[in-house]
Design a binder for this molecule. Structure first.
Ligand code: ZN
Length: 231
């Protein structure tokens, strides 16, 4: 009798086990948290940037006078092109010269005035917050936002797609777009317009068409390339 019961138990157990495994519902797929928006592959460099940069960059060596008389040429990577700017989800495109508000800013080379923000209205903190939030969400800085961050500006066109930009100015000279300007002429004064949180400094930017000088360089090569710009 015991043997019969034992066999019965084993058979029953087997049936139950097979039934259970056969009818077990599929485990629900785990719910993953939403992923952050990845930074898009912004085409800041082209495949031939190495050769093109080298040729173009060397052509500019010694071309500029310092835009602030007696200033040290920045070497801190944070002040140079390519430095990350996490507060706006982007990268730095110029050379920063820290200096007190009101310090004279000079044309780094002769050229033609391409932009001068004579009547300039800075954005307020709320507008800035909204734009920076959007930039961080996007993972890059929209061009219009970047322009507002640069604040009051003067641009000088040196021909052949070469333009220098002087940004965050507290004041500008009464220049006129299209007028000739000589190297060393006063263009404005150092300030912190557009992004007061950065403190007073001159953001000096060298544009080569759509690109900026220093793009594609890093480390010692970048430091040397920036130093070589100035005579
Ligand atoms: Zn800057």
């Amino acid at each position: 009798m015991r043997i019969v019961l034992a066999i019965l138990c084993v058979v029953l157990f087997g049936v139950v086990a097979v039934t259970a495994s056969g009818s077990a519902p599929l485990a629900a797929a785990p719910v993953l948290p939403p992923r952050y928006t990845p930074m898009p592959a912004v085409a800041t460099t082209s495949p031939d940037i190495g050769d093109r940069s080298a040729r173009t960059y060397v052509r500019l060596w010694g071309m500029f006078a310092l835009p602030i008389e007696g200033a040290d040429i920045p070497q801190d990577p944070e002040l140079l092109p390519g430095a990350p700017r996490d507060y706006r989800g982007g990268i730095h495109e110029g050379i920063d010269f820290p200096a007190p508000t009101g310090t004279p800013v000079l044309a780094a080379a002769s050229g033609t005035v391409a932009r001068v923000d004579v009547s300039f209205l800075d954005w307020n903190r709320e507008q800035q917050d909204i734009a920076l939030y959007e930039a961080i969400t996007l993972g890059y800085t929209p061009a219009a936002t970047l322009d507002r961050i640069r604040g009051r500006q003067v641009w000088i066109d040196h021909g052949k797609g070469l333009i220098t930009r002087y940004a965050h100015l507290s004041a500008v000279e009464p220049l006129i777009v299209g007028q000739r300007i000589e190297a060393g002429a006063l263009v404005g004064e150092v300030g912190s317009s557009g992004y007061p949180q950065g403190g007073p400094h001159l953001h000096f930017e060298v544009r080569l068409g759509d690109d900026f000088y220093g793009d594609g360089l890093s480390g010692d090569l970048l430091v040397r390339a920036v130093s070589r710009l100035f005579r």
